[in-house]
Design a protein around this ligand. Structure first.
Ligand SMILES: Nc1nc2c(ncn2[C@@H]2O[C@H](COP(=O)(O)OP(=O)(O)OP(=O)(O)O)[C@@H](O)[C@H]2O)c(=O)[nH]1
Length: 518
């Protein structure tokens, strides 16, 4: 009796221990699952953040996510995680190289801007400061884009500045007054017969709308004609010399006016103004001090000759300035045009890249990103029309042995041939993508429940009938397929998971078969 009581208590104790051990195992499993879930979430977010940057990385992460769902512990995924880590590091290195190239290109552009001579000093300072900043390495594209914007702004400011410079040669009320006075003077002076037609033309040009150049030219021509007259001793009167003195003051005023605005040739213009002022003063003094008319004539002739020379130099300078202005505006336009062209080709490359980003480079089938886009479209269609929509996942059986026995490149060719066979066995409205590795996903809209199994079996048979011959050996390659139809209130990813689970069953049962999750 006592023995029986002892045994019962021992059994109770053992039961207690067993219960505690089970609880501990459950807790451990739960903790393990939480870790896996966390890792899956993390890989999911990482795939989204990196999507489209590197095809190999996209595929690796997709595969990893898929595999994690089937792993029972985190440790199983370590090898794949290491591979993804290596690709991520390589991608980082590539981005850094690209950024360094872009930084150098910006640096060159800034160097070109700095060579433009007429930069206002404020802009020069800003550009110097910017160039210093640009000497530091860039870490992300977000560092790069504002810098490009800044360079474009510099070009913009320079263009504005150049146009403003052009506007400084505007006709002011003062110039109109001078033109009026000169026209008046011309009426008072008696010119030689053969000069009169030219004088009439000048007078006419001074009463119409004119440019500053017209006024300066008029002064120059009139001075030339007068000088000629003095040389011929025809109109050498005291009165005439006073008039001439007035005319020269006007020239002085206009020349000073037009040059005080020019930033580029400020120094040269100052010197020129000094020359011209000096000449005018000399003529004034000559008129007042010299009594002997012959000596006066000869002095005026000399002074006017040097004045003419100064005016000639002024004209040369002006032409050179305008040519330089035109040249730098032209250079800037060219730069902007190049920038425009560059942007256009960048857009094209981006477009091509986007297209490439949606294609798997090995099989030329749509890749995982394209699949996600198409899944969204088909899902929306389904919500709108409620027409049947099937998701099927096909996986090549024992593909690893093909790689192991015949080499990786044979494996690649096999993938290409099977990809083509899958594509060719579908209709236009149906879709197949390479999901990653040796796995393909099919989206099949508008297929009745009774038709899906025969359809997928035809696909399976089609692959099986491909006459592969490796190293003179006839090989049959098969696929296993799992499929599911989207049901009401289900997300398409959930349908995908059911199809994937059906594939898992097909693999476990015998491979080379189709299982539909009805
Ligand atoms: N040649 C080649 N092999 C690849 C590519 N992507 C993945 N693989 C290989 O595909 C093989 C997949 O192996 P597993 O996932 O073990 O599957 P399996 O050998 O097909 O076996 P089951 O699916 O279980 O029938 C691995 O050996 C990968 O290296 C690829 O682009 N080219």
């Amino acid at each position: 009796m006592k023995d029986a009581a002892t045994s019962t208590s021992q059994v109770n104790m053992l039961q207690q221990k067993l219960y505690s051990a089970r609880q501990a195992i459950d807790e451990m499993n739960e903790a393990q699952n939480e870790k896996l879930q966390l890792l899956m979430q993390f890989i999911g977010q990482l795939s989204l953040a990196c999507k489209g940057q590197n095809l190999e990385l996209d595929n690796k992460l997709a595969k990893l996510r898929h595999k994690l769902a089937n792993f029972s512990q985190v440790e199983d995924s370590l090898a794949d995680l290491n591979e993804a880590d290596t690709i991520l590091k390589q991608q980082y290195g590539r981005i850094m190289l690209q950024l360094e190239d872009s930084r150098q290109a910006l640096n060159n552009m800034v160097g070109q801007i700095q060579r433009i001579q007429s930069l206002p000093s404020k802009l020069k300072l800003e550009i110097n400061y910017f160039k210093k900043e640009l000497s530091k390495p860039l870490h992300t594209y977000w560092d790069y884009i504002p810098k490009v914007e800044r360079v474009v702004n510099f070009y913009d400011e320079i263009l504005k500045e150049q146009f403003n410079l052009g506007e400084q040669f505007e006709i002011l009320p003062r110039h109109r007054q001078s033109a009026h006075e000169l026209a008046q003077l011309l009426s008072e002076i008696e010119f030689r017969k053969e000069q009169r037609e030219q004088i009439a033309e000048i007078k006419k040009s001074l009463t119409e709308e004119f440019e500053l150049n017209t006024l300066l030219d008029a002064y120059q021509v009139v001075l030339g004609l007068l000088l000629d007259n003095i040389a011929r001793e025809k109109t050498a009167s005291q009165e005439f010399l006073y008039v001439l003195n007035n005319a020269l003051s006007n020239v002085q005023e206009v020349v000073t006016e037009s040059y005080s605005h020019s930033i580029k040739s400020f120094q040269v213009a100052k010197q020129l103004n000094r020359d011209i002022n000096g000449q005018v003063d000399n003529v004034g003094e000559a008129v007042i001090e010299v009594d002997n008319i012959d000596e006066l004539k000869s002095q005026i002739t000399t002074h006017l000759a040097s004045l003419r020379k100064a005016l000639g130099r002024k004209e040369l300078l002006e032409n050179r300035e305008q040519a330089q202005l035109k040249q730098s505006v032209e250079a800037l336009r060219q730069e902007l045009k190049e920038l425009g062209k560059e942007t256009e080709s960048y857009k094209e490359r981006l477009f091509e890249q986007q297209k490439l980003n949606l294609l798997d480079s090995l099989t030329q089938l749509p890749n995982r990103s394209a699949l996600e886009e198409r899944m969204d479209i088909e899902y929306r269609n389904f919500q709108r029309t409620n027409q049947p929509l099937w998701v099927a996942v096909a996986d090549i059986d024992h593909f690893k042995t093909i790689n192991d026995n015949f080499g990786h490149s044979t494996g690649d060719k096999t993938l290409q041939v099977i990809a083509m066979a899958l594509k060719n066995s579908l209709r236009e409205s149906e879709f197949v993508a390479r999901y990653g590795g040796e796995e393909f996903v099919l989206l099949l809209p508008n297929i009745a429940e009774s038709d899906i199994l025969p359809l997928l079996n035809r696909v399976r048979e089609k692959v099986k009938s491909i006459p592969f011959k490796f190293k003179n050996q006839r090989i049959t390659v098969t696929v296993s397929i799992g499929a599911a139809q989207i049901i009401e209130n289900e997300l398409i990813n959930e349908t995908f998971d059911r199809a994937d689970a059906a594939l898992y069953k097909a693999k476990n049962e015998s491979r080379d078969r189709v299982i539909v999750d009805f």
